[in-house]
Write a protein that binds this ligand. Sequence first.
Ligand code: EPZ
Length: 423
Amino acid sequence: MDQIRIRGGNVLEGVIPISGAKNAALPLMTASLLTSETLTLENVPQLSDIQSLANLLEQHGTQVNITEQKLGQTLKLTTPTITSTTAPYELVRKMRASILVLGPLLARAREAYVSLPGGCAIGTRPVDVHIKGLEAMGTKITLEEGYIHAEAKNGLKGADYLFPVVSVTGTETLLMAAALADGTTRLENAAREPEVSDLANCLNAMGAKISGIGTGTLIIEGVPALHGATHSVLPDRIETGTYAIAAVMTRGDILLQNTNIDLIPISSALLAQSGVQIHAEGENGIRVNAKGCIPQALDVKTEPFPGFATDLQAQWMALLSVSEGAAMVTETIFENRFMHVPELVRMGADITVNGSSAIIRGGQKLKGAPVMATDLRASVSLVLAGLVAEGETTISRVYHLDRGYERLEEKLNSCGADIERVT
Ligand code: EPZ
């Protein structure tokens, strides 16, 4: 079982190339089920979740051709026919995003038997919104033995659907289902995350007719078939925010490349407000200069995009631990997303949790310690704490990290961190 060992105290200076967004690449890969032609995806991150989904798609009949680059990879995905409409539990349980095959399988093959993904560390993660939306489009759905049995014998019909809660993958499921439905679909209270817009733009490149992209109201005019396309995955805004926070915590100066400051509107505004110099540089860079800066602690509340991203909440807590002053973090999206707290406290952070809020008192001197990763984003907050902690931090269960951060040690070492993977 791999571990990551970090010796803290180094100032980060240099350039970090940002990878393609995991949470865009995953739905984009499932869009390949919607056509018999080849969908080429560029700037796909090399992550274990991508491989898991490729394995799932292959058993649905997709041919996956991978060309790896030094950073990232290009996937060519071709599904001549759907050879199986079943997404088995043993594959789905490894990654919840597998639920994203449900919409495309129904749209292309008019039936799907997808294992319920089950919860994960951060919450129960229901999929009732996906199911209700598909039922509105004429799907007959029953839940049997832990599987979603979905059938649309006469094909999917366009429908109006108001999301009772903003759901990223729920919106993506209905976008893909509606693309091939008979008639027009109107989605209200849809998710506005950039990854949803990236999927919608790719679907339009494949011949779909989607309007309202980037807003909470998406209108999809169904078409009889989609064709192949080539699409470059948008930059990963969570990786962008994570390394921006690393620069600030170490009081360093980093140029984040191949990304866009508009992807982190709230985090960049808050970092600027706390005294950090952060601005767009060049046509696709963000400069984060925190030299000589003692960031002021600022409250955050997680919200759907363009609000503060829940996937940056753990990282923000690590930053608050070494900022000046005290601040409150409120998690409104998931019911159990404070698992990083006990580990940060063991490193000397001063954090008090009260329900879905936590108070973090800054100015602490963090000390290296052996800590345990629990979920993808919590584990990277421990890496951030280790970068500034006195002494050595060892993080176990780093497979959580490998799900969402491509070449993490390499990117940080190139800016002067002292971090290594030990097996
Ligand atoms: C996506 O998960 C992301 N995953 C998550 O990233 C991210 O944290 C989340 O959106 C919020 O931004 C992918 O895109 C693969 P939701 P998703 O449906 O779509 C409730 C990471 O670290 N809800 O937007 O599963 C749900 O319980 C991961 O990369 C229902 O009640 O999240 C939550 O409280 C973690 N019923 C809220 O909505 C449903 O049917 C938002 O969930 C669906 C969701």
